[in-house]
Design a protein around this ligand. Structure first.
Ligand SMILES: Cc1ncc(COP(=O)(O)O)c(C=O)c1O
Ligand SMILES: [Zn+2]
Length: 450
């Protein structure tokens, strides 16, 4: 990043693309791979001076940071889903539970389709429109599908979304409702991604947000980092734990922190970045542990479908970030992620999806392994909504459609009488514990969910 008093173009203050591998530069436009070495391209900027006051006077969505993104001036007035400015929730009860001094949760459920993907899609859409693409498309592990279909509907353009056929029903329904083209594919996300790459070469007016428009798309995740710093009162946290699928979110949060330091908007304080994966799809964690710089692809097998990318595009760059900042990448199994979803819900009233369970589970693991400092201020990303991965937590006995007539003290629903309630109460001698120890949460889960 360089700063100058340039005037914004149709890509704002973005000035060029450059290769992350060899550094070769390219003009802004529809390329995503380096002509010299096929390495991934990244957006570079010539930024004017940017002040806190200018940002603070902007809209309460990601466009308050428009001058730091590859989007045209005036983007805020175009039809878009206006994502971002999600709350940074102080999580004191969870912190006490974990033995942490100060914990914050960046709650990405507050976005229009309930995950951070609305941010990246909004930036990709803006760039795609500037480049003359006519269709917004993506391969997706679920949340991106929701975000692309919604953003395209709002902008009045066509969407084509490719998903692995075995995604969670909630994520499929919450994509189809927007009326775009939804194509379930027999195969893993990595298979779907390969098909999307072939289609991107074949269909010249289709913008696959995370394939041929990827340099612009990925920049959208910087806004999570900007917001965290601004919401902390223009300073950086000491530790941050971020879920890793492709790895783009983690890499871009780090890029955002470094930009804020370079612009003089925050003090240059030390921060450590940690990555979270599910054990059933943990190629980056495995490479980190082995001390490797390359990531060996895996075949995913995990409940955390949103993180099930076996061949992560940004994997090596995640390793660079965590090693440079003194962080780590770790993983947790399916039982731990489900337990963490319940713990977060019971301690803070926040129902995250499987990726959130992975992130909190890994936070606990890192604390137990002594890799995370319990005395340092920590932020975790709650990247998506538990209502989209309902099946992993189940439905309490006797509740919901099809639960039958039941009996007062049994597993079914009760009659609407005081007597029936008291019979139920005495059969369930132990009420679920209030937010407390991990064992109590597990016990509460057993009481309510049989
Ligand atoms: C809820 C959620 N969290 C985290 C991620 C990981 O994002 P990235 O691919 O940028 O690593 C995804 C990716 O699909 C996601 O859906
Ligand atoms: Zn290159």
């Amino acid at each position: 990043m360089t700063t100058s008093a340039s005037t914004p173009s149709r890509f704002g203050f973005a000035s060029h693309l450059f290769c992350r591998e060899c550094g070769a530069t390219a003009a802004l436009g529809a390329s995503h791979a380096c002509a010299e070495c096929f390495g991934p391209l990244e957006v570079g900027y010539e930024l004017p001076p940017v002040t806190r006051a200018a940002i603070e006077s902007g809209p309460t969505n990601i466009w308050r940071y428009a001058s730091l993104l590859p989007v045209p001036p005036g983007i805020a007035a175009t039809p878009n889903t206006e994502p971002g400015w999600t709350r940074l929730a102080r999580a004191d009860q969870l912190a006490r539970e974990l033995g942490l001094r100060a914990l914050w949760l960046k709650d990405e459920r507050g976005n229009p389709t309930h995950s951070f993907k609305d941010r990246v899609v909004a930036v990709a859409l803006a760039a795609a429109v500037e480049m003359g693409y006519k269709v917004l498309a993506c391969p997706s592990t679920g949340n991106l599908a929701n975000a692309v279909a919604a953003a395209a509907a709002r902008a009045g353009i066509r969407s084509v979304v490719l998903i692995p056929a075995d995604l969670e029903p909630q994520k499929i329904a919450a994509t189809a409702v927007y009326g775009g083209t939804l194509v379930p594919v027999n195969g893993s996300y990595d298979d779907v991604n390969r098909l999307a790459s072939e289609l991107a070469d074949d269909r010249e007016d289709w913008a696959f947000v995370n394939v041929n428009v990827r340099p612009y798309y990925a920049e959208g995740s910087k806004t999570i980092g900007y917001e965290i710093a601004e919401q902390l009162g223009w300073r950086l946290p000491e530790q941050i734990v971020v879920p890793v699928a492709s790895g783009a979110q983690l890499v871009k949060i780090d890029k955002a922190f470094r930009e804020l330091i370079d612009l003089g908007l925050v003090a240059d304080t030390r921060y450590r970045v940690f990555g979270a994966q599910a054990t059933g799809c943990s190629p980056v964690a495995a490479a980190f542990r082995a001390g490797h710089n390359v990531v060996q692809p895996v075949k995913p097998a995990t409940l955390a479908k949103s993180l099930a990318i076996g061949n992560p595009a940004d994997g090596p760059y995640v390793l660079d970030v965590v090693r440079r900042t003194g962080g780590a990448v770790a993983d947790v199994g399916d039982d731990e992620l489900v337990h963490a979803i319940r713990l977060l819900a019971a301690t803070e009233g926040i129902f995250g999806e499987t990726a959130s369970g992975v992130t909190l589970g890994v936070l606990r693991r890192l604390l137990a392994d002594g890799l995370l400092d319990p005395g340092a201020e920590t932020v975790i990303i709650n990247s998506g909504d538990g209502l989209k991965t309902l099946d992993v937590v189940g439905t309490p006995a006797g509740a919901g459609a099809g639960s039958g007539t039941g009996s007062p003290a049994g597993a079914g629903p009760i009659r609407p009488t005081l007597e029936a309630f008291e019979a139920w109460e005495s059969a369930h001698a132990a009420w679920p514990a209030p937010p407390g120890g991990a064992h109590e949460i597990a016990a509460a889960g057993k009481t309510l969910i049989s």
